[in-house]
Design a protein around this ligand. Structure first.
Ligand code: FRU
Length: 439
């Protein structure tokens, strides 16, 4: 079996060519490339020897893995962190006209501290600043403090770092040069654990109404304000993903008005494969006002349309119990949008292999997980991405998301739609078969 077409290789979700991967790191757009660094064990299929692996993509879907970027030093592994484009060379690390890339990461040798590295060749090679000395030394609250998220904050003209310093606590720092950091405030969020991310979005696209979102590794998120020094929550924590496998999400820096997020689909199973673990599909985040308050919405980036092979469309069909709809030809990679009208006790399901996605007017069930959502007058809109080893579900245009991994059994590879109990009205069903992103 050739590499990237192995039996359990995700075909449009990123995985390391070989060996272990966990959190996404250093997500930054620069010079026409999306950079994705990742927690990587270059030497084995299990967690260990943690190094920043590296991949680049022109479109967030087609990835090319490059040599490892930042390697362990002084008996410390390179834990999670982030990267920025220092376009005005405030760090003084720059050699070219475009300014350097600067990465901040946790140097994982107890007590952990935060260090930085820079690159002047589009992220291909990295140099530790000051031999990897800690630019933020351990704060004394937890010897495992970690996962610095850095970004540029235009209103205060400062670099910001959000750092997880203790269970339930994120600490903020600012800096003019990325080397000297000053503690500016703390946020106490119930249960907040690892991998903070902090970003700003307009509500319903209104540039005058902007909010900040702070989330932890489990994608619990708070909505509030950030003045460059500290975060104040107005809402939260809210649950950002209801699936089995979604962790350590991070958004890209330097993507203009788009906020694009990727996560590790933690704990998927890939028996016998040369790689272990996969990333989520990159999604675009928006904030929308709902009757329950402002909520974060998440939908796959539109670039996935570049993988569409064909389009199977059904309009206005009544799906009757015991008269299932089968979709030909057989395939194992799909992007499906289903708009269905149904009444209270109707249930419909979508089946591939021995796996069912079951949907009612206000609930989806998939791979042992349940999510409830707002019923929109008996109308349900679902988006479903099926890759070889994962399913991403989006209800109500991204109000509810569920990302889960599975192992395909390959026996029943017919995609099937079924109504149980009562007929359901398919207003429209669009099914795209996808090609592999590795070809
Ligand atoms: C989250 C995490 C991070 C840490 C990294 C180590 O999955 O535990 O907090 O930096 O993984 O690989």
């Amino acid at each position: 079996m050739t590499i990237y077409n192995e039996r359990y290789r995700p075909q449009f979700h990123f995985s390391a060519r070989e060996n272990w991967l966990n959190d996404p790191n250093g997500c930054v757009f620069h010079n026409g490339e999306y950079h994705l660094f990742f927690q990587h064990n270059p030497q084995g299929g299990q967690w260990g020897n943690i190094t920043w692996g590296h991949a680049v993509s022109p479109d967030l879907i087609h990835w090319r893995q490059l040599p490892d970027a930042i390697r362990p030093y002084d008996d410390g592994m390179i834990f999670s962190g982030s990267a920025v484009v220092d376009s005005e060379n405030r760090s003084g690390f720059g050699r070219g006209p475009q300014g350097p890339l600067v990465a901040a990461f946790t140097h994982a040798k107890k007590p952990f501290g935060q260090a930085i590295a820079f690159s002047n060749d589009d992220g291909r090679t990295w140099q530790l600043y000051d031999n990897g000395r800690h630019v933020v030394s351990n704060q004394g609250l937890d010897d495992g403090e970690r996962d610095p998220k850095i970004f540029w904050h235009a209103p205060t003209q400062k670099w910001i770092m959000a750092l997880w310093v203790q269970k339930g606590r994120v600490r903020f720092f600012n800096s003019e040069d990325l080397k000297h950091w000053e503690h500016t405030g703390d946020f106490a969020g119930n249960g907040f654990f690892e991998c903070p991310d902090l970003f700003e979005l307009p509500v319903d696209g209104d540039p005058k109404r902007r909010k900040w979102i702070l989330n932890d590794a489990a994608f619990n998120y708070w909505i509030g304000s950030f003045n460059g020094k500290t975060f104040v929550a107005e809402t939260g924590p809210l649950q950002g993903n209801f699936g089995n496998n979604f962790y350590a999400a991070q958004t890209w820096n330097n993507t203009g008005n788009r906020i694009i997020q990727i996560a590790w689909m933690n704990n998927g199973q890939y028996p016998g494969m040369p790689f272990n673990q996969q990333m989520s599909i990159p999604c675009e985040l928006t904030l929308r006002a709902t009757p329950a308050g402002i909520r974060l919405y998440r939908m796959p980036v539109t670039e996935i349309e570049g993988l569409y092979l064909d389009n199977y469309h059904v309009l206005n069909k009544i799906l009757i119990p015991k008269q299932d709809l089968y979709v030909q030809p057989r395939h194992d990679l799909f992007d499906i949008t289903a708009e269905v009208e149904m009444n209270r006790d109707a249930v419909y399901s979508i089946r591939l292999y021995d796996l069912d996605i079951t949907c009612t007017i206000n609930q989806i069930d998939c791979l042992g997980k349940t999510a409830r959502f707002r019923s929109l007058n008996g109308f349900v809109k679902l988006r479903i991405l099926i890759d070889r080893t994962s399913i991403d579900l989006f209800a109500n245009e991204g109000e509810i998301c569920m990302s889960s991994c599975f192992l395909p059994d390959r026996k029943n590879t017919r995609l099937q739609f079924r109504a149980d109990i009562q007929p359901v009205h398919i207003r429209s069903l669009a099914i795209h078969r996808l090609s592999s992103a590795w070809r």
